[in-house]
Design a protein around this ligand. Structure first.
Ligand SMILES: CC(C)(COP(=O)(O)OP(=O)(O)OC[C@H]1O[C@@H](n2cnc3c(N)ncnc32)[C@H](O)[C@@H]1OP(=O)(O)O)[C@@H](O)C(=O)NCCC(=O)NCCS
Length: 167
């Protein structure tokens, strides 16, 4: 999994060690994307019992196909169903990551804070995230598989797309 990430540091290891759920995406057996849910929350969120979506990465050649969106939705679903508050923390210098949260009605920016000289945003799920999951999602499973979940299809250009959630 480490091969997906440009930088492996203590914080990355901490998130992996404290992972509650790992969503991985494979194309013909090759790991092309992953994201985790962890409970190593360091950000100054006001959310009690928050679980954080982190370690999101998609191999460059697989970007802009909607993979991040699916991996994020699955992690959001996991946290809401666990009865916890979903948050995510994004560096302000990474608009390709936070722009999607700004646009989504299922997320709102809770606060901005400084850490190690960098400005970071905390996004927190809105009530619409719970509404989205209730009643249970009626999502197409035509071209994707996911342990214990339904999921929208991944791009049809893929040979054997597989999305897995490991808890
Ligand atoms: C940030 C990152 C995870 C995004 O992954 P991704 O799978 O490319 O994300 P998506 O495909 O869901 O969305 C990316 C863009 O493609 C667009 N898109 C989605 N499906 C598309 C499709 N079928 N055709 C064209 N564009 C599409 C989205 O609208 C989005 O546009 P935006 O940049 O204007 O927001 C990826 O670039 C990455 O791994 N970056 C390096 C690590 C990183 O920054 N991780 C996040 C740390 S918080």
């Amino acid at each position: 999994m480490a091969t997906l990430y440009p930088e492996i540091d203590d914080r990355w290891n901490q998130k992996i060690d404290r992972a509650r759920c790992v969503v991985s995406v494979r194309d013909s057996g090759v790991l092309v994307a992953a994201g985790v849910v962890h409970d190593a929350v360091l950000a100054p969120t006001s959310a009690m019992g928050a679980l954080e979506l982190g370690c999101m990465a998609v191999r460059p050649e697989y970007r802009c196909q909607g993979i991040r969106q699916q991996v994020t939705d699955l992690r959001l679903e996991y946290v809401v169903q666990a009865g916890c508050i979903p948050i995510t923390v994004i560096d302000s210098a990474n608009p390709s990551s936070w722009a999607a949260y700004e646009r989504s009605e299922r997320w709102e920016r809770e606060r901005t804070f400084e850490s190690d000289g960098r400005t970071k945003y905390i996004y927190r799920a809105t009530a619409l995230a719970s509404d989205w999951l209730s009643p249970p999602p009626q999502r197409d499973i035509a071209s994707s598989t996911l342990a214990g979940h339904s999921v929208r299809p991944l791009p049809s250009s893929w040979h054997s797309p597989q999305v897995h959630t490991t808890r």
